[in-house]
Design a protein around this ligand. Structure first.
Ligand SMILES: [Zn+2]
Length: 96
């Protein structure tokens, strides 16, 4: 899973529901990370089937929208190439 930190104080996430430093409730963030992870996995599976490139792209886009990371960006770029959008892939890779 992508490295997470507290959105309030940026303390590294220690796999607990409440931030040890500032007390922020982190369950919504954890749920979002789990959802983004599931979407990335589904996108990877869809990418293996040439008939599912449109679906793979939609899944990769949603995963990247929910949780941006180097990994989600690379997956989105790959899905764009698979969907024959090389310019889009280069734009995604150029943004950070
Ligand atoms: Zn915190």
């Amino acid at each position: 899973m992508t490295h997470l930190s507290c959105p309030t104080c940026r303390a590294p996430w220690r796999e607990v529901v409440t931030c040890a430093r500032c007390g922020t409730h982190l369950l919504p963030l954890m749920r979002l990370a789990v959802r983004a992870h599931a979407l990335r996995e589904a996108a990877r599976q869809a990418l293996l089937d040439p008939a599912r490139t449109t679906e793979a792209l939609a899944l990769a886009r949603e995963a990247h929208r929910l949780q941006k990371s180097a990994r989600s960006r690379a997956l989105l770029a790959l899905a764009l190439v698979a969907a024959d959008d090389r310019e889009g892939a280069l734009e995604v890779l150029a943004s950070s």
